[in-house]
Design a protein around this ligand. Structure first.
Ligand code: FAD
Length: 292
């Protein structure tokens, strides 16, 4: 099933309901692919609407694992899957080959991304931006295409307006829904959603939520994505950050609170960055299931 249809269909008993999706990443290359199967099985048992599988930042060579895991999610567990695909180190021929492989595996959904540019590189080879990859995949046909968006502005953008106008190009090129970068302050998301509506971006937007369960994780995330930390979150880190169990429980509770507020505000969907952690995903899904 194409994810676009999922958003259109909603739930027959509750047409306005929000979608719940998970994100997982393939094991490192020196770990066997089977090492993720136990976690996948537990995550799929939670029956999210779909699960997306990241594409290794290194680009080439990582695609097989993304397709293989996406196929397993769909065919072994009956959960719809989305394969991420970055264009930063893939040529048109590479994309053709990966698209063929996804088709062979009956994967109908792609999250089209540029990926982070390696140091010293200004621009990807055949596709400068995710919108170029989106346009190319739209032309190939047969896939539903999603795109990434940034409530706190993409770090390379000169300003928020440029970033939103660039996002419009991605949607015009064929992105049927958007998934946000993680954020910790819902007000930032609400303001962003209003601005996208003003810019004529009217596709569904899923809010990306990352439950933070340890101090090292948040330090990495803030460095990588530039997410800002609101005062309640900083207080929580200061108070519980040194106790792993307390930090885990507080991080889960914060994510649940964030999600409940987003659902109350009529968000189109919640995309949970699970970090392949079934315990955390279970706690959150069970807490919000009745509200979807
Ligand atoms: P783009 O949409 O190309 O945007 C990148 C920058 O270029 C922005 O500043 C934008 O404003 C600008 N821009 C875009 N289009 C134009 C244009 N036409 N003209 C001029 N400027 C333009 N990374 C991975 O390596 N693997 C993953 O699996 C992965 N999954 C992700 C999932 C989500 C939900 C998110 C939010 C991010 C993910 N990333 C992943 C990270 C992502 O690759 C990086 O954030 C990357 O820096 C930007 O990718 P993008 O697709 O948003 O790029």
């Amino acid at each position: 099933m194409k994810i676009q249809e999922l958003f259109e269909a909603g739930n027959p008993n509750n047409p306005g309901r929000a979608i719940l999706s998970f994100e997982v990443f393939p094991p490192k290359r020196d770990h066997p692919i089977e090492s993720i199967y136990g976690q996948l099985s537990s995550l799929c048992a939670l029956k999210p609407d779909f699960i997306s599988v990241t594409y290794g930042a290194g680009g080439k060579g990582n695609d097989n694992r993304t397709a293989e895991i996406a196929a397993r999610i769909k065919h072994n567990y009956g959960i719809e899957s989305v394969a991420h695909l970055t264009c930063v180190s893939n040529t048109k021929e590479d994309v053709d080959r990966i698209a063929d492989e996804l088709r062979l595996n009956n994967i109908e959904n792609i999250l089209a991304l540029r990926g982070d540019l390696p140091e010293g590189v200004d621009c990807a080879e055949d596709f400068a931006h995710a919108s170029d990859l989106t346009a190319y995949l739209t032309e190939l046909g047969g896939f539903d295409i999603a795109g990434a968006c940034y409530p706190e502005t993409h770090p390379e953008s000169a300003n928020e307006i440029d970033d939103i106008l660039n996002l419009k190009k991605k949607v015009d090129a064929g992105a049927s829904h958007l998934i946000t970068q993680l954020f910790f302050d819902n007000e930032t998301f609400y303001r962003y959603r209003d601005k996208l509506a003003l810019a004529g971006i009217d596709v569904p937007i899923e809010a990306g939520i990352m439950p933070v369960i340890n101090r090292a994780q948040i330090e990495r995330m803030v460095t990588l994505c530039g997410a800002s930390l609101p005062a309640p979150f900083a207080r929580l880190m200061n108070r519980f950050g040194d106790d792993p169990e307390q930090m885990r429980d507080a991080g889960i509770a914060y994510a649940i609170q964030q999600i409940i507020d987003l659902l109350a505000a009529g968000v189109d969907g919640i995309h949970l960055y699970t970090m392949n952690n079934p315990y955390v995903a279970t706690q959150i899904t069970e807490a919000i299931r009745g509200l979807l």
